[in-house]
Design a protein around this ligand. Structure first.
Ligand code: WTA
Length: 655
């Protein structure tokens, strides 16, 4: 049955059951109880130090935090190796035969279960291969891969030799890849010939080849054979993984690095066209992701099968597919494809077959699954599931309720987790077995994390009012900076409210003090859980020869959360041909990647501007969302926006 058929039921349910007390049988066995908040509040630094001691250190730390805003040093004098924490120590503890990943390729039957011992051997080989290519500690390595085991191996091999990795989402274009390689100064790229997506073998190596025309600094490329498609290999520069890596010795003596040694750089969109390289370092980050993975997901590593259904090209994959689960010795599912590859029940077949216990995904996916109908999950055994998580965007109560009722059979607690690329790990979340949850609310800061909701002046707002979300104390997983741009780091996060981290999100505390996230307050859009800036898409549009000016807004969308809507004016010397809109969409896909293609593009004779020449995006958003236009008095010519509004309505009537 389609979800809309349940519209009224859900409303009724929401009225009746606004709160979900933790199930008692869950609480009885949960990893934590409410006292953890008190303990962490009393001394947050001591709380984090206790957590950090669960890592394996070559040299234990003696100092916990030094804080010179905005620069934090956590566990500064300790030394450790990230890959040892993910692998070697589990082997030493006798867990080598535990499965680290059940890998499921998109084509049916393409699968592999990899134990910790096997993963360790693969990582040692890859570390040896990177060393053979001359990579040393501190060098950056770009990774542009499909969701295959080698992607994880590549990350851990970099970590093992102290070379920060920069994973670029496989859906980005050659141009976007080149920008990131150049910004990070990477000299080595690890990729694959391609990957499978929606049943088609996509080309990755071909994108790398194009990107590298602009990146003369790249001297070596490692290529995993995934699809067998025809590719060209540049003599001396390109090496096949099976030739260079799989012939290396499967042992490698790791070296320890300082706690603040860079672990990775992850590019994310900010409010300008240029993406920011978010830097994470070793010990604080590992402490944060391991702790949150253990407590937020109530992890029982011996028995759980965790499935974080995200791409390793985003931070959710880094923290909760790779580093968090591996630090905790957990077993994960790694799935290559889209949710409906091989049928709309693909996900549920995976859940049933592998006995997935913890499922973590984004609201946009939940809404898509909901749209397909509940017969797909219902047709499969979901009794293994015991906890559900959500991340990436605000979850609407309807999706929350569906997730709980249909996927979780009304028995699995739901954790709605708020965090960002910059925060490294989960910051605001219920604790399962402890927190009484409310559909749509992320509830409360994780133990040891302090947040506030403030007004423009930085004053705490009372319960019931909205404001800006800030983090008021340093935390271990916090980003240590923007790669190569310390000024932008200060300006973006620390200038607005002195000494506090400005997240860029709106939030509200309800009458009981519980937190609800309200979406971005800046020009960052959230499309299907992917962060994109309006400026980035505008930049791509004006790079097209036909475009004079462009304004882009994120309009709310029932499935993708937000959708990209663009308004463009065209150059006088260009004609508005029939195919132009499609051409522009394709062009944006080419410049950034398919995820950035606007849902709609409206070609207009003019854009609404203020007397000082600024484009009024606020009004364009009203237009895009079919709302009554807001205040137009500051415009040079209010008739312009009225005309655009009429055009928009006419064009959506056509649809
Ligand atoms: C949004 C993803 C509401 C938010 C881990 C944030 C959320 C941005 C939630 C970060 C949530 C993430 N509720 N909004 N539970 N989780 N967001 O860097 O706007 O890709 O600033 O990190 O996603 O996106 P990013």
């Amino acid at each position: 049955m389609a979800p809309q058929d349940h519209g009224e039921d859900i409303e009724a349910l929401l009225h009746e059951l606004r709160r979900f007390a933790p199930p008692t049988d869950f609480s009885a066995h949960a990893n934590v109880d409410a006292s953890i908040y008190l303990e962490a509040d009393r001394d947050p630094e001591a709380f984090w130090a206790t957590q950090a001691r669960q890592l394996s250190w070559e040299t234990p730390f003696t100092t916990t935090l030094s804080w010179e805003p905005p620069q934090a040093t956590w566990f500064g004098d300790g030394r450790l190796n990230a890959s040892v924490n993910c692998l070697d120590r589990h082997l030493e503890a006798g867990l080598g035969s535990r499965v680290a990943y059940h890998w499921v390729g998109e084509p049916e039957g393409d699968r592999q279960s990899i134990t910790y011992a096997q993963l360790h051997a693969m990582v040692c080989q890859a570390a040896n291969a990177l060393t053979a290519l001359g990579v040393v500690a501190g060098d950056r390595v770009a990774i542009y891969m499909p969701m295959v085991p080698e992607a994880v191996v590549a990350m851990l091999a970099c970590a093992r030799i102290g070379a920060p990795h920069s994973v670029v989402f496989g859906g980005f274009s050659a141009d976007a890849l080149a920008d990131r390689i150049l910004d990070a100064g990477a000299e080595v790229v690890i990729t694959a010939d391609g990957g499978y997506r929606r049943g088609v073998a996509s080309g990755l190596k071909v994108q790398v080849d194009e990107a590298l025309e602009r990146c003369p600094g790249v001297r070596s490329v490692l290529v995993v054979r995934r699809t067998g498609q025809a590719i060209t290999m540049a003599e001396g520069r390109d090496h096949f993984w099976h030739e260079l890596v799989e012939t290396q010795p499967a042992t490698h003596v790791p070296q320890a690095f300082g706690a603040e040694h860079p672990l990775y750089v992850m590019y994310t969109s900010g409010t300008t066209a240029k993406p920011k390289g978010i830097l994470h370092t070793t010990a604080g980050y590992l402490t944060h992701v391991a702790t949150t993975h253990r407590l937020v997901f109530d992890l029982k590593a011996e028995t759980d099968v965790v499935w974080t259904a995200a791409d390793i090209g985003w931070v959710t994959g880094h923290s909760y597919i790779v580093y968090g689960p591996l630090c905790n010795g957990a077993t994960s599912v790694l799935y290559e494809g889209v949710p409906d590859a091989g049928g709309k029940d693909r996900w549920w077949r995976i859940v049933e077959e592998y006995g997935v216990t913890i499922l973590y995904t984004a609201p946009t996916t939940i809404r898509t699954l909901m749209k397909w109908g509940e017969e797909y999950p219902m047709a499969h055994d979901r009794s293994s599931l015991r906890l559900l998580g959500s991340v990436g965007e605000p979850i609407n109560p309807e999706a929350w309720m569906w997730y709980r009722r249909v996927v979780g059979e009304n028995r699995c607690p739901i954790v709605d987790t708020w965090w960002q690329t910059e925060t490294g790990g989960i910051m605001i979340t219920p604790l399962p077995g402890v927190t009484t949850t409310k559909p749509g609310a992320a509830m409360r800061a994780f133990p040891g994390i302090s947040v506030d909701v403030v007004d423009h002046e930085g004053r705490s707002v009372p319960n019931g009012e909205g404001g800006f979300l800030v983090v008021t104390k340093p935390w271990p997983g916090m980003t240590r900076g923007i790669w190569g741009d310390p000024e932008r780091f200060v300006d973006t996060y620390w200038r607005e409210f002195e000494g506090r981290y400005f997240a860029g999100d709106g939030a509200k505390r309800d009458d009981e003090g519980d937190l609800w996230l309200l979406g971005r307050v800046d020009d960052v859009m959230n499309v299907s859980g992917h962060r994109l800036s309006t400026a980035e898409v505008e930049h791509a549009l004006v790079a097209h020869p036909a475009v004079a000016e462009a304004a882009v807004v994120g309009a709310s969308d029932p499935t993708t959360g937000q959708a990209i809507v663009a308004f463009v004016t065209i150059r006088l010397d260009h004609e508005n041909s029939d195919g132009l809109v499609e051409e522009l969409r394709a062009h944006v896909g080419q410049v950034i990647g398919p995820i950035a293609k606007p849902r709609s593009i409206l070609i207009t004779p003019e854009l609404p501007k203020t007397r000082s020449g600024k484009i009024m995006r606020r009004l364009l958003r009203d237009v895009a969302e079919h709302r009554t236009l807001g205040d137009t008095t500051t415009l040079v010519d209010p008739a312009v926006v009225q005309m655009i509004d009429d055009m928009m309505r006419a064009s959506s009537d056509d649809e």
